[in-house]
Design a protein around this ligand. Structure first.
Ligand SMILES: [Zn+2]
Length: 151
């Protein structure tokens, strides 16, 4: 599944997923933008990011997971390189996404993104790195979510 960075998110935003989509989005009032939907065969920007960035990314992932499906998505790059089955098992639950709140937008990110960054040197756009910051702000600093998260 490949989508270019910063393009409007559409993956699970359409029927038959739409009702579940609205229910689970933490900030449905903001437009969703794709980040990090890498797929072998499509070039991506490589570069180094800090360990702190990866830690912050993991915090967002723990806090705002969405769209957990029953599938089993493994990393296409590791798969191509013939990494062991044990390594693949690590990503058994990778078939979901997470969200990062940006400036007037929300970034829609595959669960494997921290892996893409740390193992495959993917470097996200700078505005995304800024949004990730030091991790999710405390809940009182986050704009109120829609009906999705109420109650
Ligand atoms: Zn990989």
């Amino acid at each position: 599944m490949h989508f270019a960075d910063l393009t409007p998110y559409s993956y699970l935003a359409k029927p038959p997923y739409a009702p579940e989509f609205v229910r689970t989005e933490p900030w449905p009032q903001f437009p969703l933008l794709n980040i990090g939907w890498l797929e072998p065969g499509y070039p991506y920007t490589q570069g180094l990011v800090s360990d702190a960035f990866i830690d912050a990314l993991m915090s967002w992932r723990d806090r705002y997971p969405v769209h957990e499906t029953r599938g089993f998505h493994q990393c296409g790059y590791c798969h191509k390189e013939g990494k062991s089955e044990a390594f693949a098992q690590e990503f058994r639950r990778a078939s979901k996404e997470f969200r990062i709140l940006g400036n007037g937008c929300v970034y829609a990110v595959p669960f494997l993104l921290p892996h893409y960054v740390s193992v495959h040197d993917y470097q996200p756009p700078s505005e995304f790195i800024m949004a990730v910051g030091t991790g999710p702000p405390s809940s009182r600093d986050v704009p109120p979510s829609g009906p999705a998260a109420a109650g």
